[in-house]
Design a protein around this ligand. Structure first.
Ligand code: FES
Ligand SMILES: [Fe+2]
Length: 454
């Protein structure tokens, strides 16, 4: 087993570069992180009718997600229980059953084995169909977002999301109408470790003014002021950063939700019109975040930007490669014109060939593959920005960092990464529930700040 104390130093907020390209560590991640956590599968809006299905992966395991006749959703491993072929090669569609290409075994949309060619004549009744269904996976929905989990001992999805869900409700249900994903997903390969984009989305507002300087200047809007880090801005007043139990985290730039969109009248109007409902339904604390721009990661590999409205899954394909799946998030109640415009703008910025997507790709590839070097991989990554300028907040749950440019949510992400990688089971993880945040305890940062009248 890998020495996690050496690999991830919580106290000093550093990580070994080895965790970004080592095959053994990758295998342990597959077992202990992708084998245990809730992983994003699909949004209910992508498979609305009975028989609608889509295929995806959980870690590297192929999975089929299918809408059932009773409206529920089931998911199965997409591998024939005969000789292992995929039983469904399509990306999505509607089907009553799945017929394996190899020898023709037929599986129902509930995963059960319903027909075996030449069963009587050649198996002579020895195959027990009831024990040869496709292995099922736990599926739960959060506000229409479907997640799957291989581990029967994992907490329910609601609990896994915890305080992070409390925050997500701000724009997922705050205005009343809910959100949906527009697909099909754009798919591309990026030669980087899955944690590099996951940590970038969980908390890297630092790179925005530098990596994306040229794009920001072209796009204009509120974020243009960040370009080149030149402007004298009150960073501590522009936003906040958050981390919650189980490694989820996000940052918010206040009043900047639609800032990346060039044509944004419809979006701005929607936000203005719905803001009072958010305050009424959820209270002022969350309403204050509603029209902000959010960068988020649901641990481990599902990231999104609310405002820019891109929604990504980083599917691992070995330690040095990922498949990136990109959807667009829209509010269900928006008019069709506004939805279409948001999709266009989201593709323009974070689609496969998007301006900001291309800026990020080079950095992510290089942050991974430099670690091939014998000396390089002995080095460490630093994530100390904003350390001690964070803590328990009087209003917001979780741990809150004082600026949206900081690495508070990196610290939360790697804290749980280490915990999950070290634990033998969910039982071990749960044993830490009451003191997961002790690294930040008694810091008193927010009380001190309040005391100073800031
Ligand atoms: S592998 Fe599927 S029917 Fe033989
Ligand atoms: Fe970026």
């Amino acid at each position: 087993m890998n020495d996690m104390d050496q690999l991830v130093d919580i106290e000093n907020s550093t990580q070994s570069k080895k965790i970004f390209l080592d095959q053994d560590i990758y295998e342990q991640e597959q077992e202990r992180i992708f084998g245990r956590c809730w992983l994003f599968l699909a949004h209910e809006s992508l498979i609305p009718k009975a028989g609608d299905f889509m295929t995806t992966t959980m870690g590297e395991d192929p999975v089929i997600v299918v809408r059932q006749k009773d409206g529920s959703t089931k998911a199965f491993i997409n591998s024939c229980t005969h000789r292992g072929n995929k039983v469904c090669s399509a990306e999505s569609g509607n089907a009553r059953s799945f017929v394996c290409n190899y020898h023709g075994w037929v599986f129902g949309s509930d995963g059960s084995l319903i027909d075996v060619p030449l069963n009587e004549r050649c198996y002579h009744g020895t195959i027990d169909k009831s024990t040869h269904g496709l292995p099922g996976i736990r599926v739960e929905s959060y506000r229409g977002f479907l997640f799957g989990c291989f581990d029967q001992d994992a907490p329910p999805l609601d609990e896994f999301l915890g305080d992070f869900g409390w925050y997500l409700d701000t724009w997922m249900v705050g205005a009343g109408g809910g959100v949906e994903l527009i697909g099909p997903a754009m798919k591309s390969i990026l030669n980087c470790n899955w944690k590099v984009p996951a940590e970038n989305f969980v908390g890297d507002a630092y790179h925005v003014g530098w990596t994306h300087a040229a794009a920001l200047e072209v796009l204009g809007g509120e974020l243009a002021g960040l370009a080149g880090n030149q402007a004298d801005m009150p960073y501590d007043d522009l936003g906040l950063q958050f981390t919650t139990r189980f490694g989820h985290g996000f940052g918010v730039i206040r009043h900047a939700a639609a800032s990346i969109h060039v044509k944004r009248e419809g979006y701005d109007k929607f936000l203005r019109d719905t803001l009072p409902a958010v305050a009424e339904n959820l209270g002022q604390a969350r309403a204050d975040l509603y029209d902000g721009h959010w960068n988020c990661t649901t641990f481990p590999n599902c990231s999104f930007l609310y405002g820019t409205n891109t929604f990504k899954v980083w599917h691992p394909r070995g330690p040095g490669q990922i498949e990136v799946w990109t959807y667009t998030i829209v509010h269900k109640d928006m008019d069709e014109e506004t939805k279409k415009e948001i999709v266009k703008q989201a593709i323009r910025s974070f689609g496969t060939a998007g301006t900001l997507e291309s800026d990020d790709g080079d950095n992510m590839t290089n942050c991974t593959h430099t670690n091939q070097g014998r000396m390089t991989r002995k080095g460490r990554m630093d994530a100390t920005m904003g350390i001690r300028h964070e803590g328990h907040h009087p209003v917001y749950p979780g741990i809150v960092g004082s600026s949206f440019i900081g690495e508070t949510s990196y610290r939360g992400f790697y804290r749980f990464y280490k915990e999950a990688m070290s634990a033998e089971s969910w039982g071990d993880i749960r044993a830490q529930d009451n003191h997961w945040d002790e690294a930040w305890k008694d810091n008193g940062f927010w009380e001190a700040k309040a005391g100073k009248g800031e």
